[in-house]
Design a protein around this ligand. Structure first.
Ligand code: BGC
Ligand code: NOJ
Length: 829
């Protein structure tokens, strides 16, 4: 099975490319290494020691199982099996935790939508395969227990989950209430434990934890099973080899099945556990809304148990999962890629991470608790850029959902709850970049699909109930808002912050101890953002091209004029001599300028001014990127700004609150690195783009994994910069805009397969020593096999393009009938 054995320098694991798996070979990884289960509505976090939790749609409002963040030890609580040797009383977990009994063999394979953990001890091997079948609101744990030894064995198995009372915040804070509301029902003959706690007046859902194997007992009360003074590493029922058959009344409901197995030498038992969310309304006819006492309708639960008692049904569900993922990933696959690191990231892990960020935005990871943030307006729009090629219809719906949280003046709810799709009023708007990202996601969607009808789709504004405008009107509202909200230099006001949430420029003072005036609601503040200006330049170019494609030349010209006005402001006021200034604070002083003591140069304004077309004709674009190279680039990635702020500054806000080298204060914020990668591609510098690409690529960190610590298969939001005490250390893995943007970089920038309104454009920008590569791309229901050759060692410039053997002019492949297969050959020379 294993194709790429662990290099000696990574003692924790290796990539199995053929199976699209990351194989972890010892459980004590530098940090818990996470995977996600689920792709549609039901999700689970699953670490390499089976830690994590599950929820339906919304990690805050519909959480099925508990997880204590920041626990000691880290990552405790999850999907546990305890295996007990009835003869000796020896107990262990196949995923090592929570008992941490030494295992003779341990392996965790994180794959696309599943995790397979195998643990063996003393002749008993247990394999657990965790996954969520496509389209179902449940997860399966497929268990295989094998006696690999020469003598018969009596094995006792205890399963374990701790239920969350659905509302996660209440569950972890309001014990005066929650300790009195827990309710369960058990159907031992069916192996079914039903958890039904909810506010009685609106109970319309329940959780089911079932075991498809006949059970010999159960527990549903945590105190009975674990013991009030015991930990999960010493549950009293397990140590005693005896369940209590407890029924929880309040306190802490859990689910535990007890199974006794007599295993002959060589004998194997295979069966599944199921953890399901069952929704009974509010629209369902079976919804017993407002009935009390509450009796759940178990029809659906029983049907699930009946179905998955058959192991063939479990295997069939897993086969469907594998096929689903093969299909998702097949829209973009590169072969003959000269670097296996880029290939494994582009073909599997980068796209896989894009699905996670699309589904979960920044809500639930090892660093996001699922209760703080829902879907981010700015984040989710960017997530679409790396996802739209996989499932364009889902991207379409998401764009419309996001747009509906825009306010009629152009601003947006910064975040919204996935369950209700309503803006979260607790988190202020006033991020004056948010609305512009909607232009980027919409244009990316139309370039991918050609679906111009989305622009005419009516979408409401969050503050105007009943009235709706077209999506195109929303885009116009966004552009108009930025034009309206400009400061003394004609640059966009920053509001509370722009993309850099920590750049809070609204205090009219530079010294903490001086009396200062803080524009709390940002109204009246004149602080301006050059980054938003650059983003606006880019967004207006996108919109202008869209209008040209729609043959609405007057509108295109109007937008082009606004672009020109902003460009003029940028070139007149934002050039600092060798780079673009980052912002002007509330006192009108520059931020990110050579005149500043610290924070002289920032990354974001260089990136967005270049991507927006500033500096194209006067050499500034190249000079800005050269300045990034000189002042910000390191082998671990590009630092956000330099020099790091050594003290707090009221007029700059949270950015100066971090210790030097971390997060927005001179950390390597991977997300914004990708924009510079694209900038180098725009300038034709393939070697630079690729060197930079590798500098933050997790798969390239295997050699320094003890320093890097996070998962080597997914991007982290942040790597500590050179000013930090722990340079090179990654944090906030998984849910980061780096995923989507890197996929844009590698697929459209480096490999150069670019969707345009008129068709696929082929315009790679690669390392000069790459001889070429082949990409399979499914685009507008046409399969393209694109072979790129680079006989003259160039980075950019397709000189010859043939489509099905016929040479065409230009580098955009003309449209083809859906269902066709087109062979494309491109040559750089
Ligand atoms: C972090 C940002 C994050 C923000 C969210 C800040 O503390 O540094 O990266 O986006 O919180 O509110
Ligand atoms: C993380 C947030 O999710 C994102 O929206 C923001 O742009 C970055 N932090 C930078 O502050």
């Amino acid at each position: 099975m294993s194709t790429n054995p662990a290099p000696a320098s990574n003692p924790y694991g290796y990539f199995d490319d053929a199976n699209r798996e990351y194989v972890i070979t010892r459980p004590d990884t530098p940090l818990p290494w996470l995977n996600y289960l689920g792709q549609d509505d039901f999700f689970g976090l699953c670490t390499n020691t089976a830690g994590g939790y599950s929820f339906w749609r919304d990690a805050k409002l519909r959480r099925l199982t508990r997880y204590r963040y920041n626990n000691v030890p880290m990552d405790l609580g999850g999907r546990y099996l305890y295996i007990r040797d009835a003869a000796t009383g020896d107990v262990w977990n196949p995923g090592w935790k929570p008992m941490k009994t030494a295992l003779d063999r341990y392996e965790c394979r994180h794959g696309t939508g599943y995790t397979r953990i195998t643990g063996a001890r003393d002749g008993i091997e247990t394999e657990m395969l965790f996954f969520v079948p496509p389209g179902e609101t449940l997860e399966l744990w497929r268990a295989t227990i094998r006696n690999t030894g020469p003598v018969p064995r009596k094995v006792q198995i205890f399963s374990f989950v701790e239920f969350c009372l659905f509302e996660a915040l209440n569950d972890m804070t309001n014990y005066q209430r929650t300790y009195s509301i827990g309710e369960v029902e058990v159907e031992p003959g069916d192996g079914a434990i039903y958890h039904k706690t909810e506010y009685r007046e609106r109970r319309n859902h329940y959780a089911l934890f079932g075991c498809a194997h006949p059970i010999n007992g159960y527990d549903t009360d945590r105190d009975a099973f674990v013991g009030v003074h015991n930990g999960l590493h010493e549950p009293q029922a397990v140590l005693a080899g005896k369940p209590r058959n407890s029924i929880a009344h309040g306190w802490n409901p859990i689910g535990s099945h007890f199974i006794e197995l007599d295993l002959k030498p060589g004998e194997t038992r295979e069966f599944a556990f199921v953890l399901a969310y069952i929704d009974q309304g509010p629209d369902s006819p079976e919804n017993p809304k407002f009935t009390a006492p509450f009796v759940i309708n178990k029809t659906k639960g029983r049907a699930i148990m009946a179905k998955y008692r058959d192991i063939a049904a479990v295997d069939d569900a897993f086969a469907r999962l594998r096929a689903t993922w093969a299909s998702h990933l097949s829209a973009f696959q590169v072969t003959d890629c000269p670097d296996p690191i880029a290939a494994r990231m582009a073909n599997t892990w980068n796209q896989y991470q894009c699905m996670a960020t699309f589904n979960l935005s920044r809500s639930a990871s090892m660093f996001e608790t699922g209760i703080g943030r829902g879907m981010g307006f700015r984040d989710s729009n960017q997530d679409i850029l790396g996802f739209v090629h996989m499932l364009p219809d889902r991207a379409r719906q998401r764009i419309l959902d996001i747009a509906a949280t825009q306010l009629s003046d152009g601003t947006c709810y910064h975040q919204y709850q996935p369950l209700t799709k309503k803006g979260n009023a607790e988190i202020g708007g006033d991020f004056y970049d948010d609305h512009l990202w909607l232009v980027l996601s919409t244009c990316a969607y139309i370039k991918e699909t050609g679906d111009r009808a989305i622009l005419d789709t009516p979408v409401g504004y969050a503050d105007k109930s009943g009235s709706r405008d077209t999506l195109l009107h929303h885009l116009e509202t966004s552009i108009a808002y930025t034009m309206k909200q400009r400061g003394p230099h004609g640059l966009p006001l920053i509001g509370h912050a722009d993309w850099n949430d920590c750049l809070n420029l609204n205090c009219f003072s530079t010294e903490p101890n001086e009396s200062f005036q803080c524009a709390g609601d940002v109204k009246g503040s004149i602080a301006e953002s050059v980054m938003i200006a650059g983003l606006f330049l880019h967004a207006t170019r996108e919109l202008e091209a869209l209008y040209r494609w729609l043959q609405r030349d007057t509108d295109a010209a109007r937008i082009a004029e606004q672009h020109a006005t902003m460009l003029d402001a940028v070139e007149t006021h934002a050039w600092d001599g060798e780079w673009y200034i980052r912002a002007f604070d509330a006192a009108g002083k520059p931020v990110g300028s050579k005149t500043c003591g610290e924070g002289k140069i920032f990354i974001e304004s260089q990136a967005w001014c270049v991507l927006g077309g500033a500096g194209a004709n006067n050499g500034r674009a190249r000079q800005a990127l050269e300045s990034v190279h000189k002042h910000l680039y390191t082998p671990d990635g590009i630092i956000l700004q330099q020099p790091a702020y050594s003290t707090y500054h009221l007029n700059l806000g949270e950015v100066t609150s971090y210790p030097p080298g971390y997060k927005e204060n001179a950390g390597i914020f991977c997300h914004n690195n990708t924009w510079i990668h694209l900038g180098w591609c725009q300038l034709g510098e393939g070697d630079r783009a690729y060197e930079y690409y590798l500098s933050i690529c997790p798969a390239a960190k295997e050699q320094q994994i003890e320093t890097y610590r996070c998962e080597p298969y997914v991007y982290a939001q942040m790597i500590a910069g050179r000013d930090a005490a722990t340079p090179g250390e990654a944090k906030n893995a998984w849910l980061t805009g780096t995923a989507a943007w890197t996929f844009v970089t590698v697929s459209q920038g480096i490999l150069g397969i670019q969707p345009t309104y008129d068709g696929l454009r082929i315009d790679p920008c690669m390392p000069k020593n790459w001889p070429g590569f082949t990409v399979r791309r499914v685009y507008r229901e046409v399969e393209y096999i694109i072979t790129v050759r680079n006989p003259s060692n160039l980075s950019k410039g397709v000189a010859r393009l043939t489509v099905d053997g016929r040479e065409i002019t230009g580098n955009v492949i003309p449209a083809a009938p859906s269902g066709s297969k087109i062979m494309v050959e491109a040559e750089l020379c």
